[in-house]
Design a protein around this ligand. Structure first.
Ligand code: FAD
Length: 48
């Protein structure tokens, strides 16, 4: 659905655009909630 000049049509690019879209739409869907951006490793990584 995302199309622009110079786009690399890769699976990796699709994941990036999905994350950017979710980030961009959050204030429209939840205007009263602050977005707390976190990484999957924010709460630590599993220990073997
Ligand atoms: C034959 C082929 C081989 C490929 N091989 C590779 C590869 O080896 N490695 C690689 O990295 N990439 C490869 N690609 C590219 C990769 O498949 C795409 O870049 C990737 O799937 C794009 O993901 P996407 O989620 O952005 O878009 P898409 O996978 O196209 O998903 C978009 C979705 O939105 C839906 N949609 C569209 N319009 C609307 C609408 N108005 N309302 C609601 N839904 C809508 C569509 O039905 C679709 O489900 C290949 C592509 C093809 C065609």
């Amino acid at each position: 659905m995302a199309s622009y000049p110079g786009k690399l049509k890769l699976i990796l690019q699709g994941f990036s655009e999905a994350a950017m879209a979710a980030h961009a739409i959050h204030p429209l869907v939840h205007p009263d909630q602050a977005l707390h951006f976190e990484y999957s490793t924010t709460k630590g990584v599993p220990v073997g």
